[in-house]
Design a protein around this ligand. Structure first.
Ligand code: SF4
Ligand code: SF4
Length: 399
């Protein structure tokens, strides 16, 4: 069997170049510098809260879309002075950043674009709207309903007009096309990077892969890093060796920057997260926009309307994709993360469990938690127990 180590030339090349991992370690500062520069040049910084927001429209309006989802446990307590404690930590942390004025991107944002997804977010936006300029898209949630899709198209046309009026620009089809080209490239590069995890000997951990994201998508310097990532990572070995770890398909809620704890915990206990299906992983990048479509805004609307989020009903696309991803990434088990009080993902977990156990014949574990590390020990035990089950099955299969 070929070794996993790089050639001497590759190792020398890596020693001279910090490579993509080092580049993305500084992503927050890189994004901050970029946003400040663009703002000083007159470009509006626009906060987004969810993967349903089409970044392309904001970019075509000359704006800089920045993800504002809060991942800090420290921001939860300030938020609980206003919001109910019994609320998803992602919502609380995002709002806590506003109360504490601790997110420089939010503070410099000329506008925040959000949408009606889950109830907690929707109602938090009303409070956020008292503190920052907000625009809320109405997301229709019947995924198979033609009228619902037409409503979504109309909502995006309204957003287009809103951005044009607010920023005194015209969003021409040409500008929209340019933005779609950038974001299609962004999605393709991220898919290629994630695809490296399909190998029997992946060159990076799931934690490292998750770290190779920026709060601002589509940055030229990030694209340059993604382009050279495969060559740079060729032959790289992770420790402990990939072959000794349990291959995990991770699904459920997104893990925003700062909230990577559960993924780290899975990998510290002998797992290797080979596929991340959530919104902080592959979910938003699996479908592109047809650049040659006669009505580009409609094509844009279709891509986003297809996003298999648990707020949509029914959400069978998620199950179809999970099944395909489990095969492509040769997963050995499924772990689902649900932020405490996230009703939509929690209820949908039943269908994911049934898919994993009954159809894919794989062990499944649901982890319901929040941003506090207080349950680390308990979760570690549950993860270890899952991995024992996987290894027990491997033993049976090989016996
Ligand atoms: S999981 Fe759903 S609500 Fe959350 S960011 Fe993704 S699309 Fe938006
Ligand atoms: S994780 Fe669930 S409750 Fe939290 S913001 Fe996303 S959909 Fe809403």
């Amino acid at each position: 069997m070929a070794g996993c180590c790089g050639t001497k030339d590759q190792v020398v090349a890596r020693a001279q170049d910090g490579g993509p991992l080092e580049h993305f370690a500084g992503q927050v500062q890189n994004c901050l510098a970029y946003a400040r520069l663009r703002k000083s040049q007159g470009a509006p910084v626009v906060g987004i809260m969810c993967e349903f927001t089409p970044r392309e429209l904001i970019m075509a309006a000359g704006g800089v879309p920045v993800c504002l989802c809060g991942g800090s446990a420290e921001m939860v307590e300030p938020a609980e002075r206003v919001l109910p404690a019994n609320l998803c930590p992602l919502i609380k942390s995002t709002f806590g950043y506003s109360l504490e004025k601790a997110n420089p991107f939010l503070e410099m944002a000329s506008l925040v674009v959000a949408e009606t997804t889950c109830d907690g977010k929707k109602k938090m936006y009303e409070l956020l709207g008292q503190r920052h300029p907000m625009y809320v898209l109405e997301l229709p949630q019947k995924s198979r309903d033609a009228d619902a899709f037409e409503h979504w198209v109309a909502e995006l046309r309204k957003l287009r007009k809103e951005l044009e009026a607010r920023f005194a620009v015209e969003i021409t089809d040409e500008k929209l096309k340019e933005a779609v080209v950038v974001m299609n490239r962004d999605r393709r590069l991220k898919r290629e990077l994630a695809g490296l995890m399909q190998s029997a000997c992946p060159p990076l951990t799931g934690r490292e892969l998750l770290g190779m994201r920026s709060l601002i998508a589509g940055l030229p310097q990030d694209h340059e890093q993604y382009s050279k990532a495969a060559a740079w990572l060729a032959g790289r070995e992770i420790k402990p060796a990939a072959g000794k770890r349990v291959r995990v398909l991770l699904t459920g809620v997104p893990l925003p920057h700062g909230a990577e704890r559960v993924l780290g915990l899975i990998e510290d206990n002998g797992g290797l997260v080979v596929c991340q299906e959530s919104c902080s992983g592959e979910k938003p990048v699996l479908e592109d926009i047809d650049i040659d479509a006669p009505d580009l805004l409609r094509a844009l609307a279709a891509k986003y309307f297809h996003l298999p989020c648990s707020v949509m009903t029914p959400n069978d696309r998620r199950l179809e994709r999970l099944e395909a991803l489990a095969g492509e990434y040769r997963a050995e088990c499924v772990i689902e993360v649900v932020w405490r009080t996230c009703l939509t993902y929690d209820i949908e977990a039943q269908a994911v469990k049934a898919l994993a156990e009954d159809k894919l014949r794989m062990p499944y574990l649901k982890i319901e938690t929040d941003y506090s590390p207080s349950d680390n020990a308990r979760l570690s035990l549950r993860v270890q127990s899952l991995f024992e089950t996987v290894k027990g099955r491997q033993g049976c299969n090989h016996g």
